[in-house]
Design a protein around this ligand. Structure first.
Ligand code: GLA
Length: 383
């Protein structure tokens, strides 16, 4: 097993792990802050994520251990569980709570988690740990949930146990991702297409600004509420379920109904970003990376100016990218407020890109970003 994890499990628990699972993280190519507005997103799973090794114990106790964190609590088996402070183990605990509430008996378990994914960096480390736990419990205790049901369970843990009103994109992407493919997901109907990620002679670079953030403490939930209030205002004359039910032309006709200027800007981002995803899917299918890249830049500008979830760190990455002729496009990815950006870079220029970007960013921000070449991997599975 990668990273010597089997041995590490054995060292910690003095026995072998009976089961092992993996769930990746994700990047979102385009379609940001769209999922909870019922529109189209285009994520793909990456090759790094969260490993989980586990074995039942007969002691009615959950032992939570992670190689990424020092806290390793022991929690006894109960009828119901509540969030315990800010610890990392709340993610698996929330999944146990969900299974338990649904009538599945989850007895004591020894867990060992390890993430080779940057944590809290906008690559869905949270969805990855939720989904890996849900996959594991489903398989070990034959709970019989479908993959989509597991995705919904993981999302519900994030919404109801962790308190973040996120949409379904991350959990869906880390469960349904396929190697070298992107997912075009309609977040209202949950219909999806798996499409080839035709990047030609470009590679996908991930740039971690190394400015981490906790979404629960960020303005994420505020943005969700702003979208709800925009929807309510538009529905004075329209009759739509989600902001993404209308396109830019209809929005322009009715936007006067949204009195609050800030809320109007939020809605404008959502509607136009959703339109951009449709164009981006067409561009990708037509191998038109130049057009795809332009849409990425437009997405970033809109997230910076209208949705206001970027920041000087993410902007610095995109500013540099725009000056490099070997970059087709770049944008922040995920929720924003720090975290990661992505860029489509000519393969044989990746090293120069990386070196120049690190110099530019360090000069501007005062510390270095981390730059990776990302591979598109497959969704959650047992190992
Ligand atoms: C976070 C959330 C997702 C999505 C993105 C923004 O990753 O978990 O549901 O809203 O932000 O697109």
């Amino acid at each position: 097993m990668k990273y010597g994890l089997s041995q590490k499990f054995n060292d910690l628990y003095n026995k072998d792990a009976q089961y092992a699972f993996f769930s990746p993280g994700r990047v979102n190519l385009i379609g940001e802050h769209i999922d909870y507005n019922g529109g189209l997103v285009m994520p793909c799973a990456v090759t790094f994520g969260t490993y989980l090794l586990l074995s039942p114990n007969n002691e009615n106790i959950f032992r939570f251990r992670s190689l990424n964190f020092d806290e390793h609590p022991e929690i006894s088996v109960q009828d119901s569980y509540t969030k315990d402070g800010d610890g990392w183990y709340n993610f698996p605990l929330g999944v146990i709570e969900h299974f338990t509430k649904d009538g599945h008996e989850i007895p004591g378990l020894d867990f060992l988690f390890f993430g080779d994914i940057p944590i809290g960096a906008g690559l869905s480390s949270s969805a990855s740990i939720e989904v890996v736990t849900a996959f594991a419990l489903n398989e070990i205790y034959k709970a019989g949930y479908s993959k989509l049901e597991l995705v919904k369970i993981a999302k519900s843990v994030e919404n109801n146990f962790m308190g973040l009103n996120c949409g379904i994109m991350d959990q869906f992407a880390v469960a349904f991702g396929e190697k070298d493919k992107a997912i075009v997901l309609n977040c209202d109907t949950l219909k999806y297409d798996i499409v080839p990620s035709n990047l030609g002679n470009h590679i996908l670079a991930i740039i971690n600004t190394n400015k981490s953030r906790k979404l629960v403490e960020s303005k994420y939930n505020e943005r969700v509420e702003e979208c709800q209030s925009a929807l309510k205002a538009l529905n004075a004359e329209l009759n739509i379920n989600y902001l993404c039910d209308i396109d830019a032309a209809i929005f322009d006709k009715y936007k006067h109904l949204i009195a609050d200027e800030v809320v109007r800007k939020r809605a404008e981002h959502v509607v136009k970003e959703n339109d951009r995803v449709k164009l981006a899917a067409d561009a990708l299918a037509a191998n038109n990376l130049t057009e795809f890249g332009k849409l990425m830049y437009a997405s970033h500008d809109s997230l910076r100016d209208l949705y206001e979830v970027s920041g000087k760190e993410l902007d610095a990455v995109v500013e540099y990218a725009k000056t490099n002729p070997h970059v087709a496009g770049a944008r922040m990815t995920g929720a924003g407020f720090g975290g990661c950006a992505i860029a489509l870079v000519k393969e044989d220029e990746f090293e120069n890109f990386s070196r120049e970007l690190i110099a530019y960013y360090t000069d501007k921000i005062g510390y270095a970003p981390s730059v990776y070449q990302s591979l598109i991997g497959t969704g959650a599975s047992s190992l």
